[in-house]
Design a protein around this ligand. Structure first.
Ligand SMILES: Cc1cc2nc3c(=O)[nH]c(=O)nc-3n(C[C@H](O)[C@H](O)[C@H](O)COP(=O)(O)OP(=O)(O)OC[C@H]3O[C@@H](n4cnc5c(N)ncnc54)[C@H](O)[C@@H]3O)c2cc1C
Length: 493
């Protein structure tokens, strides 16, 4: 198998929120780039069968694995949509596909409360600047809006309404959450012109109705329409090395079963890593450990955080089966004795009948207590999340306190189950202002950038991270794109 070697002015690795926003801004500035993505494209088909679902999951659920922590099923290996990376104390769920986690996400786009944002980012970012400029820009780029009244009033969202009513009785703040969802497509699900997906809570492995405003259908489509973005899917980056005035990105090309079709490398003058908290951090920790990038800051691999807890309460009025999704209601408990919490009702596809169950996903500001390290003996990167750290336990206590408030205010209801241990909301690993400057330029290396969820300081300030990752990415792109445009213009881009 002969390896191919190419050159490019700019390479981006990863097509999630960070990679998509950067690719679009580069393309708008007239800069050509190569966008490398390990996963496949997931075009929504008219037949509505693009993605597997929680009902009978197959290999499309997991990245080159025969199982998923989210189901009991065993299947053939495939380049499926979610990688499960087992760390000590937690499993990181990371998306794989053109569009990153926007393909599989619950779609909630939430701005953190000012105090919690400041606690999470310290002096590295100014909340007022983020609130006035970058959060609005992120919302407008992604396109998100709360559930329209008539849908919310429909039988499909009975469980969301019950959740909202119960939270209001408990004195908690209740709001409709902005969602990256095409509501007309959801109306189509309701009137039978599209396959049912979101309305049955089938969004974990992708949304077959096309209701998800995933990046492949929005920002990446806009970027590709400029003809300045050369997209390479099913291309898995295996290493990064300095090479002359730039960086050599080594990759393997794979088919949909993971079979290696070929290997190659691209040498880029500017390299932007947007492979997500797991992908980027793993790449950089390995590069530092193997000596490929020895001058990376000691903070690379640190400040990992993860605060997700799935909760199930029972004893409620019987709800609509399927519990229409995505999550429509955000409940905040800012007066919690342990720590503030935020909870979202969460569609539960196979909720058992007769017990009046409602699931919710809770979050609380997480401590930056996790870390990645390179294990030279095995050549693997390992992750640790200290479950017994009092700061981690405090988050769980906080969420139980909110559940207790809900139960106390709604007699007959109780907490049946809380599940932690696997989360898609892990952030951090390349902390902004420490491992790099506040525009994502890595310390120790010229023209090497990180633009994705690794930049967060192990916390997305008590709410799910996608909007904050996008706002930070928009801010980074506004700073690095002009420099890259000037440089590639000068060097013949
Ligand atoms: C199942 C799930 C549901 C979620 N729901 C929500 C939600 O409702 N609201 C919310 O705010 N947040 C949610 N999140 C979290 C949020 O989506 C992420 O924080 C956000 O997508 C991070 O964006 P990113 O740009 O850092 O990376 P990602 O979106 O993770 O994208 C990284 C991309 O890089 C690619 N990549 C990784 N390694 C390599 C490699 N070696 N070579 C080539 N490509 C590579 C990956 O395949 C992926 O496509 C969810 C996450 C998951 C997994």
């Amino acid at each position: 198998m002969e390896a191919t070697h190419e050159r490019a002015d700019v390479v981006i690795v990863g097509s999630g929120y960070g990679g998509a926003i950067t690719a679009l801004r580069l393309a708008e500035a007239g800069v050509r780039c190569v966008l490398i993505e390990r996963g496949r494209r997931w075009p929504v088909t008219p037949a509505g069968d693009t993605f597997t679902t929680q009902v009978a999951p197959d290999g499309r659920a997991a990245w080159l694995d025969t199982k998923s922590p989210l189901s009991e099923a065993v299947f053939d290996k495939y380049t499926g949509i979610l990688e499960s990376f087992e760390g000590e104390g937690t499993t990181v769920l990371a998306a794989a596909g053109y569009g990153g986690a926007s393909l599989t996400s619950n779609g909630t786009m939430i701005e953190p409360l000012p105090r919690l944002f400041r606690d999470a980012f310290g002096d590295s970012l100014d909340y007022d600047e983020m609130h006035e400029r970058w959060y609005p820009e992120a919302r407008s780029l992604i396109g998100c809006s709360p559930i329209p009244d008539e849908l919310y009033a429909s039988p499909f969202y009975e469980s969301a309404r019950t959740f909202a009513d119960q939270a209001a009785k408990a004195g908690l703040s209740v709001e409709k959450v902005a969602l990256a969802v095409d509501w007309d497509a959801i109306r189509g699900e309701a009137d039978g012109t599209r396959v049912m997906a979101e309305l049955l809570g089938l969004n974990l492995f992708g949304v077959n109705s096309g209701a998800q405003r995933s990046l492949d259908r929005t920002l990446l489509a806009r970027a590709e329409a400029t003809l300045r973005v050369d997209v390479r899917t099913l291309t898995d980056v295996t290493g990064v090395h300095p090479d002359g005035a730039g960086y050599r990105v080594e990759y393997r090309r794979i088919d949909e079963t993971g079979r290696v079709l070929g290997r190659g490398s691209l040498t880029a003058r500017h390299l932007i890593l947007s492979a997500g908290s797991l992908g980027t951090t793993r790449m950089l920790v390995r590069a530092r450990g193997t000596g490929a990038l020895p001058d990376l800051d000691a903070s690379v691999g640190s400040m990992i955080g993860n605060s997700e807890l799935v909760t199930i309460r029972t004893g409620m009025p019987e709800n609509n089966p399927g519990q229409g999704g995505p999550s429509a209601i955000l409940v905040r408990d800012t007066e919690n004795p342990h720590a503030p919490t935020a909870m979202l009702n969460f569609p539960w596809v196979d909720a058992p009948p007769g017990v009046g169950a409602i699931a919710a996903i809770g979050a609380s500001p997480s401590p930056p207590a996790g870390s990645y390290r390179y294990d030279a003996d095995s050549g693997e990167v390992r992750m640790t999340w200290p479950v017994d750290d009092p700061r981690v336990r405090r988050m769980t206590d906080a969420m139980h306190a909110t559940l207790d408030k809900l139960n106390a205010a709604n007699p007959g209801t109780r907490t049946e189950l809380t599940i932690s241990g696997a989360s898609g909301n892990t952030v951090g690993g390349v902390p902004l202002g420490l491992a790099c400057d506040t525009a994502g330029r890595l310390h120790g290396y010229r023209n090497l950038y990180v633009v994705d969820g690794s930049l967060l300081h192990g916390s997305s300030a008590g709410v799910p991270p996608a909007l904050t990752v996008s706002a930070v990415a928009a801010r980074c792109a506004a700073r690095i794109v002009p420099t890259i445009a000037a440089d590639t213009g000068r060097y013949g881009g």
